[in-house]
Design a protein around this ligand. Structure first.
Ligand SMILES: [Zn+2]
Length: 203
């Protein structure tokens, strides 16, 4: 039994849209991200590998090259440092907090072309990334985390009176937290933010 690429609908990779896909994909029962897939069941060799290998779901990563010659896959350990000092595009970038979704499909559909403004894919969400804004949010977050303000307070909108007293939050800081309550870039900056470990005080 041979499968040829002359069947109707075989024109581009169902994941990234690259032309002349070479691999016939079979979706497992556990695959649920059909809403991101184009019609058909052929994929380029890169995307076929990504569908099978869980490392593309379980890690934050960057991948250089394109669907014909993707060369380098690098796991990202410190997401905010990576975003701050990004290499020159073009590359595919995928971030995950949940580590189980098929958001990599959205990532290959939205390669990074411009360091300063691009679509950042986090799990199955697309967030508009603007460098200036990111840097301001990162500084704000680091300042608060260094004062041991919990992440839940950073993401909770206008802080409670007890939090304001305890962490000596200014009115400007509180107003800013309120305005950032549903901001997705802020959410990302806080979630991936690292708390600087303070040396334990000995009693
Ligand atoms: Zn592809």
């Amino acid at each position: 039994m041979s499968e040829t690429k002359t069947e109707l609908g075989v024109g581009c990779c169902v994941f990234c849209g690259a032309s002349n896909p070479t691999v016939h994909v079979r979706f497992k029962d556990t695959f649920t991200a059909y809403q991101y897939v184009q019609a058909g069941d052929w994929a380029c060799s890169r995307c076929a590998v990504m569908l099978e290998d869980a490392k593309f779901r379980r890690n934050c990563w960057v991948m250089f090259g394109n669907e014909e010659g993707w060369s380098k896959w690098v796991k990202i350990e410190d997401v905010l440092s990576f975003l701050q000092n990004m290499p020159n595009p073009t590359f595919v970038l995928y971030l995950t907090l949940q580590k189980r979704k098929h958001g990599w499909i959205l990532a290959v559909q939205n390669p990074v072309l411009n360091r300063n403004r691009f679509i950042l894919v986090v799990d199955e969400e697309k967030i508009f990334f603007e460098r200036h804004r990111f840097m301001r949010l990162k500084m704000f977050s680091e300042n608060l985390l260094a004062r041991e303000v919990p992440k839940a307070v950073l993401l909770g909108g206008y802080p409670s009176a007890s939090s304001i007293r305890r962490f000596k939050l200014s009115f400007d800081e509180c107003s800013r937290l309120r305005s950032l309550k549903r901001d997705r870039l802020w959410y990302l900056v806080v979630k991936f933010g690292k708390r600087i470990e303070q040396p334990k005080k000995t009693l």
